[in-house]
Design a protein. Structure first.
Length: 472
């Protein structure tokens, strides 16, 4: 009787054309609500091709399953061409609801699941059984070939990291960006890349802030007149000073009060630059579903990076203000990708949803032949940001980088992985090597303490995000 009930529930699950998602967090949700879905990386799975990944897709005709080696990226274009259907990945919350059904925890339910249309990467077609993992839920089971052999479709669906890298164009970042623009846009290539892209220039007040940021002799006396002379900037500085996150004692009565008593030179310059640059480009609408909103991720990363920086010994500690600015701009290239490649950005979002286990840089390389780190750091350099900020943004995913901003880049790497585990940043959850912590003279206790501080300050940080997003 129990088995019959389970079988019936699976049949209903399989036939249902829409899986209702749980409601996503809103501004009114409790500050502890997860913004993302933590997924462990399996792109570097062992060489045994029997270790496979299952992906749930759907379209107007219904659902379908895709099985491919766990270490591969699912190439959606391949399955569209092969199937003649425009199958799309379900959102992460739907996948969790679907694969989290109790009926799928037993063999009978798993077998019923394979009544759906099944597409299998041809590299694993000869195996009689497959070790399957679903990354959102961590569900694992062994699928027998006899479950689906009479209705399976075989095709080349997957790409390995090495295969993706081999397809990438040669050259420095500017050359790579130019080739991506040539391939994916109708922009007319001009002698200077900045002229080709038509990206907005910084307003005069922001250019002056860049100069102040790069001038070691600049101070409060240089900054206050600049802020007072820009009504929009002055209003923002006043609102930041009144933010609960900075907890200013008493009322803030003037720009001087906000800069001198509450925020300080470094924070005003860095926050103003990060916000101005982020707001120079629009936040895209068709982003990966279940992703962390751009400004929340930026503010969380900046706050955590600055706090962790201050735990480093003074003799090797970078400037916390520059680390904060680099954290605020860490994801800046994401906005540029959306600005430059609007039709392909929607495709990129679907690829990210279909491959939550894969580092974002490889997904971007496959879809656009360029990464957010490449375009983001290029524009920041073009705008005259300090070299250490540019380098940290460019290399924070590369632990082999040992250049000018090695410590800054590694700090961003550490906090981004910590925030991912807390579902407060996008990307697969990855461990940080002990050698990296040893180099920065940090401990896991230091990281845990910083993440706890940021988590406890979520409401205040979200208030700051609200202030940033609604500034004019």
């Amino acid at each position: 009787m129990v088995l019959a009930s389970i079988a019936l529930s699976i049949l209903e699950l399989v036939k249902d054309q829409t899986v209702r998602a749980d409601s996503i967090p809103t501004d009114s949700d409790n500050g502890d609500s997860p913004l993302s879905i933590a997924v462990k990386p399996i792109y570097n799975a062992g060489s045994d091709a029997k270790e496979t990944r299952v992906v749930l897709l759907n379209d107007h005709e219904g659902k379908a399953l895709v099985i491919l080696p766990a270490n591969m990226l699912l190439n959606l274009v391949s399955i569209w061409k092969h199937s003649g259907r425009h199958l799309q990945p379900v959102r992460g919350q739907d996948a969790m609801k679907f694969f989290g059904q109790p009926a799928l925890q037993i063999n009978a339910g798993q077998k019923k699941l394979f009544q759906l249309p099944v597409y299998i990467d041809q590299s694993i077609a000869d195996y009689d059984k497959l070790e399957v993992i679903e990354p959102y839920t961590g569900l694992t089971f062994v699928a027998q070939k006899q479950w689906f052999q009479d209705h399976v479709s075989l095709c080349a669906l997957g790409l390995t990291v090495s295969g993706i890298n081999q397809q990438q164009p040669d050259g420095n970042d500017e050359q790579v960006i130019t080739r991506a623009v040539e391939r994916f846009t109708t922009l007319r290539i001009q002698q200077r890349l900045e002229d080709t892209l038509g990206l907005p220039s910084l307003p005069p007040s922001m250019k002056r802030l860049v100069e102040l940021r790069s001038d070691p002799a600049a101070g409060i006396d240089d900054l206050v007149p600049l802020v007072r002379g820009d009504a929009s900037l002055a209003a923002q500085v006043m609102s930041w000073a009144a933010s609960p996150y900075y907890a200013a004692p008493g009322d803030v009565h003037s720009v001087e009060d906000a800069v001198i008593r509450v925020l300080g030179f470094d924070l005003v310059v860095n926050l103003a630059l990060g916000v101005a640059m982020g707001k120079a480009l629009s936040v895209p609408e068709d982003t990966p579903r279940d992703g962390v909103p751009y400004w929340q991720q930026s503010v969380y990363t900046a706050a955590a990076a600055e706090l962790l920086c201050k735990k480093m010994p003074a003799e090797i500690r970078p400037k916390p203000g520059l680390v904060y600015l680099a954290g605020l701009l860490q994801n800046f290239g994401y906005l540029i990708l959306a600005h430059l490649f609007p039709p392909h950005f929607s495709l990129l979002s679907r690829y990210i949803e279909a491959n939550p286990h894969m580092p974002l840089e490889f997904v971007e390389k496959q879809v656009l032949n360029v990464t957010r780190e490449q375009v983001g750091s290029w524009l920041l350099e073009n705008w005259g940001l300090p070299d250490v900020v540019v380098e940290a943004v460019r290399h924070h995913n590369d632990l082999a980088y040992e250049g000018l901003a090695s410590h800054e880049a590694k700090l961003l790497h550490i906090v981004s992985r910590g925030l991912r585990a807390l579902e407060m940043a996008d990307g697969p959850v990855e461990s940080v090597p002990e050698t990296v912590l040893a180099e920065l003279k940090l401990t896991q206790t230091d990281i845990d303490s910083v993440l706890e501080q940021v988590t406890e300050s979520r409401v205040e940080l979200d208030s700051l995000v609200h202030t940033i997003m609604h500034a004019h």
